[in-house]
Design a protein around this ligand. Structure first.
Ligand code: NAD
Length: 251
């Protein structure tokens, strides 16, 4: 294991896209990963690797998260790293979206973070060490057309992480946000619904999307590398920060 990274890191949303890239990067660095996802089938594909312990679970179930943390720490040891990557993207204009859209976004993107942080942070406090990274979105700070529920939930996730960072700093625990822009994952492909990613690179003024100055959609690995830095001791004096990984799309 890299001396700079937590020996054990818990990753939610581990079975796909950005979460899966973070799991892969941690394993390549020699770390052990506790992988949580509600997609049991996709998660099973990870279980072949000895350094990954998979737990099919829904982050909307606080009791399940507490039980997983308790079991892992009893059987494997202290979880010193946490990444909340699980997320959902309900689409639709605020006046047209289903009534449940905001509730759905908040339940996973915000309450999921609230619950997993509350399951793990008290243990990190007792040990006076740990690093937490939330995968939020540049949409948490930049309004978008047709993404009101998502934008509001990501703004809340970012602020929740920063408040947590303040409360945990006296215990030597760092909490930071990674805010990706358009990243080539199943979530983005579903949003594009067959349209070309190049449209996102050029920009869509009707959706308040200004384009991507670096000229390409991110790969999940681009986001993973920043998350790993923030988890690592190399970032030992970095907390409360929101790092955009969006090719310059927002600032
Ligand atoms: P993805 O859909 O490929 O992966 C998300 C994973 O989260 C899936 O495996 C899904 O099963 C899991 N998940 C969803 N709800 C869950 C729940 N209730 N409990 C447990 N697991 C759950 O999406 P992605 O693009 O990899 O997104 C990862 C994170 O990055 C999300 O928080 C997303 O909002 C954020 N993000 C993505 C983009 C992008 O362009 N792809 C941009 C900005 C932010």
């Amino acid at each position: 294991m890299s001396a700079h990274l937590p020996a054990i890191t818990l990753v939610t949303g581990a079975a796909s896209g950005i979460g899966a890239a973070i799991v892969g990067a941690l394993v390549r660095e020699g770390g052990r990963v506790v992988a949580i996802d509600r997609d049991e089938r996709a998660l099973a594909a990870l279980s072949a690797q000895r350094s990954i312990s998979v737990f099919p679970a829904d982050v909307r179930d606080p009791a399940a998260l507490v039980a997983i943390v308790e079991q892992v720490e009893r059987e494997l040891g202290a979880i010193d790293g946490l990444v909340h990557a699980a997320g959902v993207l309900p689409l639709g204009a605020i006046c047209d979206a289903p009534e449940s859209a905001l509730r759905d976004a908040l339940a996973v993107n915000v309450e999921g973070l609230w619950s997993i942080a509350r399951a793990l942070a008290p243990r990190m406090i007792r040990r006076a060490r740990g690093a937490i990274v939330t995968i939020s979105s540049n949409a948490g700070a930049t309004p978008r057309v047709g993404m009101g529920a998502y934008c509001a939930s990501k703004a809340a996730a970012t602020m929740l992480t920063r408040c947590l960072a303040l409360e945990l700093a006296p215990h030597g625990i760092r909490c930071n946000v990674v805010s990706p822009g358009s990243t080539d994952t199943p979530m983005l492909r579903r949003m594009l619904d067959g349209a070309s990613p190049s449209e996102l690179v050029r920009g869509r003024p009707d959706a308040f999307k200004l384009g991507i100055p670096l000229g390409r959609v991110a790969a999940p690995e681009d986001v993973a590398q920043v998350a790993l830095f923030l988890l690592s001791e190399r970032a030992r004096h970095v907390t409360l920060q929101d790092v955009r990984v969006d090719g310059g799309a927002t600032f």
